[in-house]
Every structure is written in C-alpha cells, then in structure tokens.
Design a protein around this ligand. Sequence first.
Ligand SMILES: Cc1cc2nc3c(=O)[nH]c(=O)nc-3n(C[C@H](O)[C@H](O)[C@H](O)COP(=O)(O)OP(=O)(O)OC[C@H]3O[C@@H](n4cnc5c(N)ncnc54)[C@H](O)[C@@H]3O)c2cc1C
Length: 438
Amino acid sequence: MYPHIQTVDSSPKLPEETDVTVIGGGIIGVSTAWALSRAGVRTTLLEKGVIAGEQSSRNWGWCRTMGRDEREIPLAMASLARWPELAAELSEEIGFKRTGILYACRDETELTQQRDWLARASHYGVSSRLLDAAELARYMPGIEPGAFVGALYTPDDGRAEPDVVAPAMARSAMRLGATLLQQCAVRGIETQSGRVHAVVTERGRVRTQAVVLAGGAWSSLFCRHLGIRLPQLKVLGSVMRTPPMTGGPEAALGTSGFSFRKRADGGYTIAHRGGTLAPIVPDSFRYLRDFLPMMRTSREEFRLRLDARLWQEAWHHRRWSNDDISPFERERVLDPMPSSRVLKEAMRQISDAVPFFRNIEIAQRWGGLIDVTPDSVPVIDSINTLPGFYLATGFSGHGFGTAPGAGQLMADLVTGSTPLVDPEPYRFSRFGKTGSKV
Ligand SMILES: Cc1cc2nc3c(=O)[nH]c(=O)nc-3n(C[C@H](O)[C@H](O)[C@H](O)COP(=O)(O)OP(=O)(O)OC[C@H]3O[C@@H](n4cnc5c(N)ncnc54)[C@H](O)[C@@H]3O)c2cc1C
C-alpha cells in the first residue's frame, strides 16, 4: 500500500534549544526547513513518522500552474521557476522535467470551463493555451480519435518524483545545519508571557522562539489542541502505478475520468481526477458550515463516504495533555486503503481513450488523505493570537508543485525578509475567526 520513499537518517538527539521548530516532515515542512537553513536560521524539524510518509510521497507528481485558483497562481509560477534549479541546489537528481500537462475535454461544456479559466489566468503570464481536437492529437499521439473535442495545454508545467524530492531537501537542510528527528511527535506547545516558548515532544522538550506547523492532514487537530480553529477536512485520493514500460506519452494528461503521468522509471502513475471521496468524520460536522459552499459547487470532487475513519477519529482525537500519548503517536503514518471502485473506473476510461494503456499491468495501488481548506487555497501565515506560531498547511491537493515557493514564503515570513510573493491571499484571517476558541 505504501509507495516507495527514499529514507533519511535522523539526527542523533533532540536539541535543548533551537531558533525555529518545524512540525511535519512532508514536503512543505521540509521545504520550509531547507529555506530557513539556507538563511542561516537554527532549525529543528520534527516528524511523527517518516519524511514524506503521508501526502508528500503519495501524490501524482504534477508541478502545475494550470487550473489553479487565481490566488494560487503567483505561488505556482514562483515555484515552477524554481523547479529546474532544484536538482543542482540539492546536489541530487529529483526527476523534474518540463513535459507539459494537458486537460482533455470531452465536450463543449468542459472546454468552456477551461476557456473561462484561461481568460482569468492569462494576465499572470501562464503559458497555457487551448488546443482543438487535431492539435490535441499532435501533442498526445495515440489518443482515440473523437474521444475529446480539445484540451487546455500548458507546456511549461511538468513533473517530478515525489518519493525523492522531500528526502533530498531534508538531507540538504541537514547538511546546512538543520536538526531532523523522525518518530518524534510534537504533542503541544508551551508559552511564556503569551508567546511560543517551547515544543513538547514524545522525547522531551525543546525551547524555541518560533514554531511552523506544517502538519498536513493533522494541522486542524493540532490547532484545536491550542484553542485555534482551523477549518480543514480530508479527502481520499486513490492512485496506482505500472511497472516500467517502453514508449508511451511524455506529457501528463488529465480528463474528467482519468489522469496519468510518466515516471522517471518509465512506468506511469494513474488515477481518477474526479475520484476523491471525503470520509465522514467528527470534523465533517464541526466544519460543515465552512465547507457547505464547496460541497455544493464541486459535488463530483467531494463525494461523502461513511467508513471506519469516523470511529478511528472519534476515538483517537479526544483531548490530551502534553504529558499523555497524543493522537500523533497513535497513528504514525496515515495509510488509507485506496478505493478499488474508483481505480477500476479510471482503468476502464483510460483503456477506452488511450489504447497504449489497454491490458497494462498494475504494480501497486495506494491511497492518500489530502488536506483541504474551504476555499482550496493554503494558509501560509503567522497567527496573531499566539505570537511565534505560524501555519503552512491546507495545500488542498496542490502542495507538491507549489512546495518550493511555499517553503520559501513561509521562511520569509518567519525571518521578516521580503516575501517571495504577496502573502495576502494565504492569510488565516480569511476564514473570519482568527484564533477564535474551538
Ligand atoms: C493522491 C494525491 C495526489 C496528489 N497529487 C498532487 C499533484 O500531482 N501535484 C501537487 O502539487 N500536489 C498533489 N497532491 C497534494 C500534495 O501531495 C500535498 O499538498 C502536499 O504533499 C502537502 O504536503 P504537507 O507537507 O503539507 O503534508 P504531508 O505530506 O501530509 O506532511 C505532513 C507531515 O506532518 C506530520 N505531522 C503531523 N502532525 C505532526 C505532529 N504533531 N508531530 C510531528 N509530525 C507531525 C505527518 O506525519 C506528515 O508526515 C496530491 C495528494 C495526494 C494524496
């Protein structure tokens, strides 16, 4: 179930004191720690499981500007500008390639949606353009004639390998002086005179001037422990990969029924673009009002499902004190079962539309719980009710491609440097209840 991930060796011990503590060793936490270390800040990164064990190794590996919410485009563009330099900066191969990404449209309604996005996004300088069916066949040879009426195409978008990027950034941060511990859950925060003073972990306490919470799907729970209300839910993505294959398309393709992208080993990562399921959990009721508008407008992307997660979260997520075992130690790695129904449907649709994928072998299937905010835009901000506490979370299915920029922006806010992009769209206050008690 677990996708392959490169391993990272932890530092020998927890420091007594650090400048900044980053909670969470997904790609956002690691990218933040890397940027802070490059700025000469003493940084400690603490991960309850393993580096990239959750969303950051389970994603499709798309680095895209296409289709983004307008507020996210500057961050996606800034990140895309950094991806080509990363391998050299990290001194490791990470598989980034500008292969282009296409969204193929089955009918005029889908094409109009893409045309409307392009009209809104074009003044940001995106490289996207619309293709008719004949042009699409040129960029994606082997596609079944008549399956699609056209596509939105973004030549500058690309792909990288999720199982290596975050581990490579983590190793680079350590070479620059960062301390990194895995199997080290943070249970809570201690304050002094109203501001962050220390983090309490399962292995002891670290005095710290600032804390960046990059906890992915766990961030809302951690915030609730601090009395901060962060509306956030999880949706299940189901993914599969083939063994290495010969030939096949280089560009990545998304349609309403399936998506694929070539991997560095020559195999393909395949999924169903609309096939995300939202498990019903206690937070579904807690944040119902916040998410209702999204549920109404994206019914296809937000199908509710009752499963064992409801009882797990009701049991695991009860309140705890910083001396108790916390929920973060009870579940080291979120490793949900993928939906076989969703994956079967993706296989059926991809085989119909792209004959290259007929009768292929599937080497592995996995699931990943994606953390989403009510407007699908992340929070990258300081929390003014708790000085010294910062959030970099809620990447809503887009955090792999935007990580190089997001980590830099978070580091800029912590150090008070000129921000990489305007941080305004990522403010926590847009949820209207900054720091309100839960
Ligand atoms: C199936 C799927 C497909 C996706 N496809 C794409 C894509 O193609 N392109 C794209 O850009 N994005 C994609 N995404 C989204 C992307 O993977 C995420 O947005 C990104 O990985 C989020 O990174 P993160 O660091 O915020 O969270 P995570 O990777 O989930 O990391 C959070 C980490 O915090 C740790 N943690 C939490 N609480 C604590 C604590 N108290 N103490 C210590 N550690 C803690 C967790 O163990 C975890 O390792 C996809 C996601 C999925 C699941």
